[in-house]
Design a binder for this molecule. Structure first.
Ligand code: HEB
Length: 738
């Protein structure tokens, strides 16, 4: 076939695009993803549908499928368990703590780039193997749930009872464009992520400033990985199995494993358990050199029907399969749970060798041929391992844990099943989203548990009384709004963490975040506690009061009613994993005019990224920023962007004044962060603003929305839209409301 014509085609989205002309334009596309337009199941309540699923029947069908080897993609050792565990692991394992993105919660493995990542070779086949089950149960089980459940059932079917399973992950229907997977343009490249990682490793934010001495990004023993990435190479889930950059150095490999797994929220013990438990199953595939392998799914011919990596080596499947290019079988019972992986890891000494495809791997120095072949019952192999496996023995910290697990198989089983459960459920958010009959009773700290409110929930009469009390505290309304916003806007739609529920803003670490203005925060909180104490009647949570106070203040400023949904609970410090919550601290937050550009991220990009995490659309973002500014809610009370002579009233002044052609704008400093607006004629200084303010006038799409609010009728519309977006943000974590 001739060269693909699509890029040059005069229709169907071909041609040179805005993105090609202006690669640095501020991209709003991440604010219009996963909408009703792409979803064939709109107005569909997935968790209700899941409740009608015959869960046991699905599990029974999955178990039957495990050993029903298909001619078109035969099962190693007559059992698909290993392949399915890897599918589930690779689905969930893209999760990273910094922005909560990645993970198995959206069924993204079906879409590019994940469907075509070099680390996901052969998982196209795994997903097709379970299509008959997806087809049979239809909308009652999402792909996201089915992919993970299949891995879970595989483990169970190979002899290890799991910790449980929760469904409740609705599918997405398009590639998630919001995830930064790295800046490299070649598969398995990592020059950008390590080069950028050298800029400094300070702070908790997604992207740190450029403090710190530069290091050599090629030094595999000291280089730092760029945030928020959690993989050592473009297109891998975690690390290079052959060792960093292919260098077969187990200790250096351990360093990469520790970095990447901790960014997946796993500590050393969980990491060892996951790897040792995972590689109790299955095998690796590298029957022949990778030049036998054809194009990945996204680039393959139409006749391939979404499959990829056609393998020209002999039969191209079964014993001839090429996946990673490594050829290892870890244990003598690859389709049965055991701790033989760790047993062999310590029992044998290991010698560097090459796979048939030429990749670095290790073989036991022994004559013991104890490992079965996946297809030929007459063939036996020596034990073999990957460089990343030897890391569990040669890293001193991992070694301690590995030896303990080797000697105590029960501890391995317990640690593995718990870490596996966490892996699959880490990005699901609160329990109120979980459905199905296998939800474990034990509540885990990483769930960010929130106790249910005590006693009956406050009613409309209570709410009316409380609103009066709150506004009578003497605390400035802008502060009440600021605190409510600070509390609710920690929410991230990516992993459903954060939010106002739990009132964690009064706990470590949030109470000390600079963006929360700690001193003022504690004053406001003590005023709220006063109201809580004096309220005679039902018990009201502080979490509810924080939101109600902000909403009452907004209501007063807007002059229209702001709805309020009570029922939040207050979490305790013990229920709060401090280290894990540090990842929610924003490096910059344009909603509160906090923070500024770094060497790689502009202030307005931080703003749009935060809006994406808050699941806001561009109009919602615009209404919120315009409204918050005139309400005077900058984190430090500054006047940046407060383009009004009557702060505290919800007007459209921000837009009217920003769009006023009588004003000329000029940067005040060389960093281009702060701008001064002066009267064109008199030269009189009128306003100051940040990039997060001025972008609503400079960016064509944001300006288009700003014009709506700045024109006739705009004020009424802004009030309505601001209040709706405000209520949305206050309730983002209220999955219990249904
Ligand atoms: Fe794994 C397989 C690497 C972790 C589970 N792994 C595998 C392979 C490789 C690897 C290379 C092969 C593929 C083919 O087929 O060829 N891993 C790795 C690394 C790491 C890991 C580097 C980090 C260190 N895994 C892991 C985990 C888990 C796992 C964590 C779970 C939990 N894997 C797995 C399985 C398998 C694998 C199950 C098998 C598959 C089959 O059988 O097919």
């Amino acid at each position: 076939m001739a060269e693909c014509p699509i890029k040059k085609s005069p229709i169907g989205g071909g041609g040179t695009r805005n993105r090609d002309w202006w690669p640095n334009e501020l991209k709003l596309n991440i604010l219009r993803q996963h909408t009703a337009v792409t979803n064939p199941l709109k107005d569909f309540n997935y968790s209700e549908a899941f409740k009608t699923l015959d869960y046991e029947a699905v599990k029974k069908d999955l178990k039957a499928l495990m050993t029903d080897s298909q001619e078109w993609w035969p099962a190693d050792f007559g059992h698909y368990g290993g392949l399915f565990v890897r599918m589930a692991w690779h689905s969930a394992g893209t999760y990273r703590v910094f922005d909560g993105r990645g993970g198995g919660g959206d069924g993204q493995q079906r879409f590019a780039p994940l469907n075509s990542w070099p680390d996901n070779v052969s998982l196209d086949k795994a997903r097709r193997l379970i299509w008959p089950i997806k087809q049979k149960y239809g909308d009652k089980i999402s792909w996201a749930d089915l992919i993970l459940l299949t891995g879970n059932v595989a483990i169970e079917d190979m002899g290890l009872p799991t910790f449980g399973f929760a469904g409740g992950r609705p599918d997405t229907w398009e590639a998630d464009e919001s995830v930064y997977w790295g800046g490299e343009t070649t598969w398995l490249g990592n020059d950008v992520r390590y080069e950028n990682g050298q800029e400094g490793v300070k702070g908790h934010g997604v992207v740190d400033g450029d403090e710190g001495p530069k290091k050599d990004h090629k030094d595999i023993h000291s280089r730092e990985l760029e945030k928020p990435i959690a993989a050592a190479h473009m297109g891998l889930i975690y690390v290079n199995p052959e060792g960093p950059d292919g260098v077969p150095d187990p200790v250096a490999s351990a360093r990469d494993i520790r970095t990447t797994f901790s960014r997946m929220a796993m500590n050393d013990e969980e990491t060892v358990a996951l790897i040792a438990g995972g590689h109790a199953f299955g095998k690796t595939h590298g029957a022949a050199p990778s030049d036998n392998v054809g194009k990945e799914p996204e680039a393959a011919e139409i006749a391939e029907q979404g499959l990829g990596w056609r393998n020209a080596h002999k039969s191209g499947k079964g014993p001839d399969t090429i996946t990673s290019g490594l050829e290892v079988i870890w244990t003598s019972t690859p389709v049965k749970w055991s701790n033989k992986y760790l047993e062999y890891l310590f029992k044998y000494e290991w010698e560097l060798t090459k796979s048939p495809a030429g990749a670095n791997q290790w073989v036991a120095k022994t004559d013991d041929k104890i490992i079965p072949d996946a297809y030929d019952p007459n063939v036996k192999h020596k034990p073999r391992m990957l460089t990343s496996d030897l890391a569990l023995r040669f890293d001193p910290e991992y070694e301690k844990i590995s030896r303990r697990f080797a000697e105590n198989p029960d501890q391995l089983a317990d640690a593995f099943t718990r870490a596996w459960f966490k892996l699959l459920h880490r990005d699901m958010g609160p329990r109120s989203r979980w459905v199905g009959p296998e939800i474990p009773k034990e509540v885990l700290l990483w769930e960010d548990p929130i106790p249910a409110p005590e006693g009956p929930v406050i009613d409309d009469k209570d709410i009316a009384t409380l609103k009066k009390d709150l506004l009578a505290t003497g605390v400035e309304p802008s502060k009440l709004i600021r605190v409510a916003w600070a509390s609710a806007s920690t929410f991230r739609g990516s992993d459903k963490r954060g939010g106002a529920n739990g009132a964690r803003i009064r706990l470590e670490p949030q109470k000390d975040w600079e963006v929360n203005n700690p001193k003022e925060l504690s004053e406001v909180l003590s005023a709220l506690v006063g109201v809580q104490k004096n309220f005679s009647g039902k018990k009201v949570s502080l979490a509810d009061l924080i939101v109600l106070a902000g909403s009452a203040a907004v209501e007063k400023a807007a002059g229209i009613s702001v709805s309020f949904a009570p029922g939040r609970g207050d979490a305790s410090q013990e229920q709060t994993d401090i280290e894990s919550f540090t990842h929610l601290e924003p490096a910059a937050d344009g909603f509160r005019n906090y923070g500024k550009s770094t060497s790689r991220v502009r202030t307005e990009q931080f703003l749009v990224d935060r809006a994406a995490l808050l699941t806001l659309s561009a109009p919602e973002l615009t209404a919120l920023v315009g409204g918050l500014r005139v309400l005077g809610t900058n984190y430090d009370g500054s006047s940046y962007g407060v383009f009004t002579k009557r702060p505290g009233q919800l007007t459209n002044d921000f837009f009217v004044n920003l769009l006023d052609m009588n004003t000329a704008w000029k940067a005040t400093g060389s960093d281009g962060e702060i701008y001064e607006g002066t009267d064109r004629k008199s030269g009189e200084k009128k306003w100051t603003g940040t990039r997060a303010d001025l972008v609503f006038g400079s960016h064509a799409e944001l300006r288009a929305v700003a014009e709506v609010y700045g024109a006739a009728g705009g004020e009424q519309k802004l009030k309505k839209d601001f209040v709706a977006a405000w209520v949305k943000v206050m309730n983002l974590d209220r999955f219990d409301l249904g």
